[in-house]
Write a new protein. Structure first.
Length: 148
């Protein structure tokens, strides 16, 4: 029935919204989360989430927020220029998984406009360190863990 199908989509959207926030995703495994999403969507288990990282806190502190984030393989991180820019994302050559091309995924420029974004999709599990070129001296360095 058409009405039931619509309700199902709403329920699935609610479930995804409430299940894939950065804090909740830590409490489950990537596989379980993907399977649950696949079940709700009636599709494959290759669901990928998007996580937002603020560049500069709302009060203007020169840090990434969260500075320590765990995601699943296939997820995307979108950095948002929040406060205190310009900011950017430069991956640390000595703190990324083998085969990750830091030149390819690091920003050469900076984000000047508040609300401007930069996104990277992560397909290789491991630990990634990155810094903000203008502010790493002030401690604007963060870590990202990608689970398989
Ligand atoms: Cu910065």
């Amino acid at each position: 029935m058409r009405g039931d199908a619509g309700a199902g989509v709403v329920v699935a959207a609610w479930y995804l919204y409430h299940s894939f926030t950065p804090s909740n995703v830590l409490s489950t495994t990537c596989l379980a989360a993907a399977l649950a999403a696949g079940t709700f969507l009636g599709a494959s288990a290759s669901f990928a989430a998007e996580f937002k990282v603020k560049m500069g806190t709302d009060s203007g502190q020169l840090v990434y927020e969260p500075a320590d984030l765990t995601i699943c393989k296939g997820d995307t991180v979108t950095w948002v220029n929040n406060k205190g820019g310009p900011h950017n994302v430069v991956f640390l050559d000595d703190k990324v998984p083998d085969g990750f091309d830091t030149d390819k995924y690091s920003m050469e420029e900076v984000l000047n406009d508040e609300g401007a974004t930069y996104s990277v999709k992560f397909d290789t599990p491991g630990t990634y360190g990155y810094r903000c070129a203008p502010h790493s001296g002030a401690g604007m360095i963060a870590e990202l863990t990608v689970k398989g």
